[in-house]
Write a protein that binds this ligand. Structure first.
Ligand SMILES: NC(=O)c1ccc[n+]([C@@H]2O[C@H](COP(=O)([O-])OP(=O)(O)OC[C@H]3O[C@@H](n4cnc5c(N)ncnc54)[C@H](O)[C@@H]3O)[C@@H](O)[C@H]2O)c1
Length: 453
């Protein structure tokens, strides 16, 4: 049993704390948010993440997990300190590290000079942050308490965060000291994942490059979807055919309204900022971000085009969270899309299984509904934004009957266009419409000629 402190008890910190407690360690979570700590101390999870509340309660009972606002209760006894605080986008587009610096200062002041503490950067931090944290620890620690700093980026996905934390594809550990790397690797032994040992800076870069790669695939498919729309091709068939190539693989090829959440947008922006700082113009990263913004704008244009006049129209928005199985609204496409609809004079009626409480705080003008049917009542169009599983098994005849109009715009290509048309909907997906080449030709619409080879 090792003593671990986890600084920052958000999505990453709580999953880190719960999984290491489950692996048999004694873990204390520290946060500056007293309300969050009060809820955690009362055995309640402040966030929605499948399985997390149960796991927190289990280890609250085993006594292996505790929470505090006081660094002095957590740091002196800890052999390992994970930094899991938020690193949001700063005013210049780069990562804002003021939470990281504050956390490092507080850790430094509480370090016990009697033993070496390994401080592990799990937050996503720009290249060079590990060295900056070491400098803060060195300056602010009492009596030169011995410490080491390691970069160990987190790759979990909200919605399956616990599964990912227990079964990581790989654990990246960046440090200049093989003994320190070995100590951190031993901590991860119960999870049986491959360990990749790197330099500190390479570990920091691996995290940014990985997120940028995934975001690029999403924006790439948004671009292909637009081209498919113009050429009467179903992008889902294209994605399946592409994904069968082992060099490409099937993951992250689903076209839709792009990416959101607390990581991809901010990490791509931060990487672009790092590139500019290093005097390189990251053209691809800028394009990835712009295509993502355009995916949201073109979704609203599609609704507007189908509804006729958006001013005075009622639009039902199904799903608010940036992805299913989370209540996280950070950079969610729903926010931009709803703001755009409202600014054009629409009334928005929305439903989400878990994110409505958070949405009410940022979008008070929206009519929040008890379920999908209530949201669709009187609507000219339904816009599906988050592909919650519970949205699949629906009584679509009832949905159709309570609506004023018949437009269904599917931002996640969740439904079958033919079946939706048979139910009487005017259905459009993203790169998927009923108007494929054959029907275009049947309708006498000019179809681009096949390219001669
Ligand atoms: N959310 C994800 O899916 C995910 C995945 C991988 C990596 N990350 C990275 O992990 C980091 C944390 O992300 P998150 O989503 O868990 O953030 P979060 O906003 O959910 O949680 C951060 C927590 O840190 C606390 N905090 C801030 N300053 C503090 C301080 N000085 N001392 C103690 N606590 C402090 C906040 O009160 C908050 O509870 C970020 O760098 C993020 O990019 C997130």
């Amino acid at each position: 049993m090792r003593n671990i402190a986890v600084v920052g008890t958000g999505y990453v910190g709580l999953c880190t704390a719960a999984t290491f407690a489950h692996a048999g360690n004694r873990v204390v979570g520290v946060d500056v948010d007293a309300e969050k700590i009060a809820r955690l101390t009362a055995g309640e999870s402040p966030i929605f993440e499948p399985g997390l509340a149960q796991l927190l309660r289990e280890h609250w009972r085993t006594g292996r997990l505790a929470f505090t606002t006081d660094y002095a209760d957590a740091i002196p006894a800890a052999d390992f300190v994970f930094i899991c605080v938020d690193t949001p986008t700063g005013a210049n587009g780069g990562a804002d590290l003021h939470h990281v610096r504050a956390a490092a200062g507080s850790i430094a002041r509480a370090l016990d000079p009697g033993h070496r503490t390994i401080v592990i950067d799990k937050s996503t931090m720009p290249v060079g942050s590990g060295e900056a944290i070491a400098a803060i620890l060195h300056e602010a620690s009492r009596a030169d308490a011995p410490f080491a700093v390691v970069s160990n980026p987190e790759f979990l996905r909200e919605g399956s965060a616990l599964h990912d934390a227990f079964h990581p594809d790989r654990v990246v550990i960046g440090s200049g000291d093989p003994a320190v790397t070995a100590a951190v690797a031993a901590l991860y032994e119960p999870f049986g994942a491959p360990i990749y040992r790197t330099s500190l800076r390479a570990a920091e870069m691996i995290k940014y490059a990985s997120n940028a790669m995934l975001a690029t695939r999403i924006s790439f498919m948004s671009e292909i979807a637009h081209i498919c729309d113009g050429l009467g091709v179903d992008v889902r068939e294209v994605a399946t055919g592409m994904g069968m190539d082992t060099r490409i693989g099937p993951q992250f090829l689903k076209a839709g309204i792009g990416f959101g959440g607390s990581c991809f947008p901010k990490d791509v922006k931060a990487l672009a900022f790092m590139a500019e700082e290093a005097e390189y113009t990251p053209q691809l990263l800028h394009a990835v971000l712009e295509i993502n913004r355009e995916a949201r704008r073109s979704f609203v244009r599609k609704i507007s085009h189908l509804v006729g006049d958006i001013e005075g129209a009622t639009i039902a928005v199904w799903g608010l969270a940036f992805k299913p199985d989370t209540d996280d609204l950070r950079e969610a496409p729903s926010l931009d899309i709803i703001r755009d609809l409202l600014s054009r004079g629409a009334t928005v009626r929305a439903f989400d299984p878990v994110a409505m409480e958070a949405a009410r705080r940022v979008l008070p003008e929206v009519v929040y509904c008890a379920d999908l049917y209530q949201a669709a009542t009187g609507a000219d169009a339904v816009a599906l934004i988050t592909e919650w599983d519970t949205f699949r098994a629906l009584d679509f005849a009832l949905v159709r009957s309570v609506m004023r109009g018949q437009v269904f715009v599917d931002g996640r290509n969740q439904f079958d266009p033919t079946a939706m048309a048979a139910l009487g909907f005017t259905y459009r997906g993203v790169g998927v419409s009923l108007v494929q080449v054959a029907s275009l030709a049947d309708a006498g619409v000019p179809v681009p000629a096949p390219v001669s080879v």
